[in-house]
Design a protein around this ligand. Structure first.
Ligand code: NAD
Ligand code: TYD
Length: 353
């Protein structure tokens, strides 16, 4: 079949990437979607079981840090566009092993940019390099204000510093070599298929097994939560409609202190598990704060709303309930990903707190 586009999606076996791959494969049978992922602890092909046999989908196991293989792949496959999500994504892991974040998030991104620049030479305007980034590059807010696209970068963790650096490289390749880029910076995502080291799936799993809920510091940090499928929808809209060289913030206007969010989660889970109200809250355990813990993130996504009409489709309480139901109904998925390497990480991460 002659496809209209051949899009390379990196990190498609991860949390957000799997939702992006699923959306594009189902919605655009006229595109071929090639999912490139090295399958770290966070990459899981089971996230894509429902679409893995679709005609317009293919998987390639490859490390974006391996410049030679990446260049050869681009030369052989002649991708028309790239949507780049592959990254090391967990702040706590970046504190224990910052170099790995530099390798994947910075060097890996530069390798992809080089390969795209090489094969698109002389016809840049026909192709698009979409880079998926985070609101964490903007640093931390006080009690008021929001991040806009013009907020100066001020990253504090090795994770956010590596993402900020990758954003700068993407812009630099646009300005220097004429690569047609789009960058989006999104707030915290929640939903199905998220690896249970991140707050929500970790706590859902722990509540289910009546394990302690390790709240960092006083639980006063604020995050702005967006349903992952709304993020994937925004990426779809921006990939097709954003001007080249543009940056967009994506967020849900949905701020919660960690402790308020955790209490709401406990309440929902007590109901779903048939436990008496207040039972799961007893599992809350305050532990040593994360080093350099950003106080507050809040995204102003007015530009995306005004320019392209995107708004979140789900109210948070509804989304959270749906998410809890998904994890409870997909126990096998959760059990599979919480075995092995993850168990070792979990013990190391929390025994020192
Ligand atoms: P994730 O950790 O769930 O998935 C990352 C994927 O990248 C995994 O499948 C992993 O195997 C793959 N990967 C890692 N290193 C690789 C390498 N060297 N080569 C090839 N593949 C590699 O992450 P996520 O939460 O889905 O985040 C995806 C992207 O979205 C990241 O760029 C992240 O910075 C960004 N983002 C995440 C959030 C969030 O709330 N999770 C919010 C905003 C932006
Ligand atoms: P996380 O899901 O790691 O996302 P991020 O750090 O990228 O925002 O954490 C969300 C918030 O929850 C953050 O303020 C840290 C806090 N947190 C805890 O209190 N306990 C935990 O065990 C984890 C993983 C996170």
């Amino acid at each position: 079949m002659n496809y209209k586009k051949k899009i390379l999606v990196t990190g498609g076996a991860g949390f957000i990437g799997s939702h992006v791959v699923r959306l594009f494969v189902n919605k655009y049978p006229e595109y071929q979607i090639v999912n490139l992922d090295v399958l770290t602890y966070a990459g899981n092909l089971a996230n894509l079981r429902d679409i893995e046999n679709k005609q317009n989908y293919r998987f390639v196991k490859m490390d974006i840090v391996d410049a030679e293989s990446i260049t050869k792949l681009f030369q052989a496959e002649k991708f028309t566009d790239v949507i780049h999500l592959a990254a090391e994504s967990h702040v706590d892991r970046s504190i224990s092993n910052p170099t790995e974040f530099v390798m994947t998030n910075v060097i890996g991104t530069v390798n992809l940019l080089n390969a795209a620049k090489l094969i698109w030479k002389g016809e840049m305007e026909k192709h698009r390099f979409y880079h998926v980034s985070t609101d964490e590059v903007y640093g931390s807010l006080g009690e008021i204000g929001m991040f806009t696209e013009n907020t100066a970068y001020d990253p504090h963790s090795p994770y956010s510093a590596s993402k900020a650096s990758s954003d700068h490289f993407v812009r630099a390749y646009g300005d220097t070599y004429g690569l047609k880029t789009v960058i989006s910076n999104c707030s915290n995502n929640y939903g199905s298929y998220q690896f249970p080291e991140k707050l929500l799936p970790l706590f859902i799993n722990n509540i289910q097994h009546k394990k302690a809920l390790p709240v960092y510091g006083k639980g006063e940090n604020v995050r702005d939560w967006l349903w992952v499928e709304d993020h994937a929808r925004a990426i779809d809209v921006l990939f097709h409609q954003a001007a080249s060289g543009s940056t967009y913030n994506i967020g849900g206007h949905n701020e919660w202190t960690n402790i308020a969010l955790i209490k709401l989660l406990c309440k929902i889970m007590d109901k779903k598990l048939g436990r008496s109200e207040g039972e799961s809250e007893k599992l809350i355990s305050y532990v040593t704060d994360r080093a350099g813990h950003d106080l507050r993130y809040a995204i102003d996504s007015t530009k995306l709303q005004n320019d392209l009409g995107w708004t979140p489709s789900l109210q948070f309480e509804e989304g959270l309930e749906k998410t809890v139901t998904w994890y409870l109904e997909n126990k096998e998925w959760l059990e599979h990903v919480t075995s092995g390497d993850y168990q070792n990480y979990y013990e190391k991460q929390y025994e020192k707190r």
